[in-house]
Every structure is written in structure tokens, then in C-alpha cells.
Design a protein around this ligand. Structure first.
Ligand code: FMN
Length: 185
């Protein structure tokens, strides 16, 4: 019987299945990818986020964030990001490169209304995220739909690395219609 990592088509399906799992399963490693951007002064920057949706047909994943966070300041001049997942159970590293569109109120209002109260706490804080404060708790959480942003990450390229008895690496691109290209690992 053949294994999922033996063909580029099956690996691509595994990548999307993994992203889908991340969206619905809070305990899955794909739930919390690392999102990397480039700061306005050219520094790489990375942080953990929660994967909110994954759409294979459109090749889009989404992340929720605070409109006043530094990642937005980075994405405005350079609307590009990388997402990284290491799924230890499948021995699969997934790297995505994406162009990012930032959606904000009023476009995000319907989605905001569907978010549970406790989760809304993540969007809206005074002073804004990253502001220096005198002591650790000198801030007030103020859930605010005006600060809620959705990052629509249109995937441009995927790099998948499987570390089995053999190592297999494959790249896919939107421009290449997601045809797999084996790479030396
Ligand atoms: C488990 C975990 C999940 C997180 N999920 C998100 C998220 O979905 N969106 C978000 O903006 N920040 C999330 N954060 C916080 C970010 O990692 C980061 O600290 C914050 O967004 C500020 O990043 P920035 O200054 O680079 O914008 C999460 C952090 C952790 C540890």
C-alpha cells in the first residue's frame, strides 16, 4: 500500500488536511502556526497565531488580530507573510508564503458578532499593543470591533518537508497551478 508522502499530489492533500485539522482541533499543532513578517526597518519578526480558516479552493487561510498590533504596521508597507507549522506526529513541516489583505470594520463586523465574549477580549487594549507601560498590568482590555482585523493570507507558495525513513521535500506554487516539484531536502 502506498503512503501519503510518496506522491506530490498526496502530500498537497495532506498539507490541506492538516490545515483543516488546525482550524477545527484546538489541540492540533496546525492550530497555532508561526506567522512571520518583515518589519518596516527590515527585520524578520515571528509570532504565534491561531489559524482561523483554511480554504483549499481559493488557497487562502485567515488569522484574526488587533488592528493596532505591530504586525499590521509591518504588513501595511510589505503585505507578505510566511506561516510555519511543524506537525510532529506526521513528521511534516509546512511552510506557506502568502500575500496578505487586511480586513477591518465594518467589513469584519458580522464575524465579530459571532466571536464568543472571552475571545473578543483579544482585540482591543488601552494603550495599544506594544506600548511601553509603567508596570505589568497598566493596561485595560476593551473589546472593540473597531480594532478587530482579519488577515486574509492568499497563499503563493507551499514548501512541504516530510522526515520519514527517507526525507522528501516538495514545493508548490500558485503560478505553477500547485503542481508539485520535488526538491532536494
Ligand atoms: C498560543 C498563542 C496564540 C496566539 N494567537 C494570536 C492570534 O491569533 N492573533 C494575534 O494577533 N496574536 C496572537 N497571539 C499573540 C502573538 O503571538 C503576539 O504576541 C501578538 O499578536 C503581538 O504581536 P506583534 O507585536 O508582532 O503584532 C498568540 C500568542 C500565543 C502564545
Amino acid at each position: 500500500m502506498s503512503e501519503w508522502f510518496e506522491t506530490t499530489a498526496d502530500i498537497l492533500t495532506k498539507v490541506w488536511d492538516t490545515l483543516d485539522r488546525g482550524v477545527i482541533d484546538a489541540d492540533h499543532p496546525a492550530r497555532r502556526p508561526t506567522l512571520a513578517t518583515v518589519s518596516p526597518d527590515g527585520w524578520p519578526e515571528a509570532r504565534t497565531v491561531v489559524l482561523r480558516s483554511a480554504d483549499r479552493t481559493g488557497g487562502v487561510v485567515t488569522v484574526h488580530t488587533d488592528l493596532y498590533s505591530d504586525k499590521i504596521k509591518s504588513l501595511q508597507p510589505v503585505p507578505r507573510a510566511a506561516l510555519h507549522i511543524w506537525d510532529v506526529e506526521q513528521n511534516l513541516q509546512i511552510r506557506l508564503q502568502a500575500e496578505v489583505a487586511i480586513a477591518r470594520a465594518p467589513e469584519t463586523r458580522t464575524l465579530w458578532d459571532e466571536i464568543p465574549d472571552h475571545a473578543q477580549q483579544s482585540y482591543g487594549v488601552t494603550p495599544p499593543p506594544g506600548t511601553p507601560i509603567e508596570t505589568a498590568l497598566d493596561y485595560v482590555k476593551q473589546p472593540d470591533p473597531e480594532t478587530f482585523a482579519v488577515l486574509h493570507c492568499t497563499i503563493i507558495a507551499i514548501d512541504a518537508l516530510h522526515l520519514g525513513a527517507d526525507h522528501r521535500r516538495v514545493s508548490y506554487s500558485r503560478v505553477g497551478h500547485w503542481q508539485g516539484q520535488w526538491l532536494s531536502p
